[in-house]
Design a protein around this ligand. Structure first.
Ligand code: NDP
Ligand code: 8X3
Length: 253
């Protein structure tokens, strides 16, 4: 059955790969992000390569009024969202808490926690009304174990972990699946964003081992949507084989 799948942060990394994976399987897609040029390009690619219906919505998940407007603007036939992938997120900076940059903290908390909450707040009622749906939150190993200098990013992902559990409890009586997928190190634009455009520093993160790819994560996210109605993956942690915890890597230089 064709599903309507809404993916936040589809302009890059996991979100883009998840969009491609669902399109490959002929589902209808609502792709979102802030970079309109990338959204337009992806929409064209998905429509051409997979002949699937795609709707692109350009907005910032940190702005609750814009999130509400975007969801309200959906034509009725697109409001029957089957799967919401709350993927948009970022790390900004990395350093000890006493030297923390307040603006970096705001961006992480506002995007990773509040943005995810706004999306859920405006999409979940549509699912509740239909008595079906699946919300997939992208957490992180950083939401399972804190690592040095990761303080606020880790905190925001521990927040995602708690919000996912709470959402699952609140929506269980409405027949809505709530899943968290928590990846380890994956080579996307994540580190480039974290290190504010320093490509060399970003590349160093993935030196000496084979990180996850965006496609690896997309494969797992897609898998969680292929199970029978009565089966829900509550929490799934995936890491590169060369990673054992948020701090332990087997690197060969
Ligand atoms: P990328 O930087 O490649 O992608 C991040 C996406 O989030 C982009 O599409 C970006 O779109 C979107 N985004 C960021 N801020 C906003 C915002 N305010 N409003 C709307 N969209 C936004 O990184 P990843 O694909 O790696 O990251 C995706 C998710 O996975 C994040 O939640 C991240 O924390 C998590 N994660 C990443 C891991 C990794 O090692 N890469 C591991 C574990 C979890 P745009 O800029 O166009 O708005
Ligand atoms: C991203 C993975 O380990 O860089 O969430 O925090 S990590």
């Amino acid at each position: 059955m064709k599903k309507i799948v809404l993916i936040t942060g589809a302009t890059s990394g996991f979100g883009k790969a998840i969009a491609l994976k669902f399109a490959e399987n002929r589902h209808k897609l609502i792709i979102t992000g802030r970079r309109k040029d990338r959204l337009d390009e992806l929409q064209k690619q998905l429509e051409q390569d997979f002949k699937t219906d795609v709707l692109a919505l350009c907005f910032d998940v940190r702005k609750s009024a814009d999130v509400e407007k975007a969801i309200q603007s959906l034509p009725d036939e697109w409001k029957a969202i089957d799967v919401l992938v709350n993927n948009a997120g970022l790390a900004v900076g990395m350093g000890p808490v006493h030297e923390g940059v307040l603006d970096d903290w705001e961006r992480m908390i506002d995007t990773n926690m509040k943005g995810l909450l706004y999306m859920t707040r405006f999409v979940a009622p549509l699912m509740v009304a239909r008595k079906k749906g699946h919300i997939i939150n992208i957490g992180s190993v950083a939401g399972k174990e804190v690592y040095p200098n990761g303080n606020v990013y880790c905190g925001s992902k521990f927040g995602v972990d708690a919000i996912t559990k709470g959402t699952r409890i609140d929506l269980v009586s409405h027949n809505i699946k709530v899943t968290q997928v928590s990846p380890g190190a994956a080579n996307t634009e994540f580190s480039l964003v974290r290190f504010k455009g320093d490509q060399q520093r970003a590349d160093n993160v993935y030196k000496g081992f084979k990180p996850l790819s965006a496609e690896d994560v997309a494969e797992v996210v897609y898998y969680t949507t292929t199970l029978p109605d009565h089966v829900n993956i509550a929490d799934l942690v995936l890491m590169p084989t060369a990673q054992a915890s948020s701090m332990h890597f087997h690197k060969v230089q």
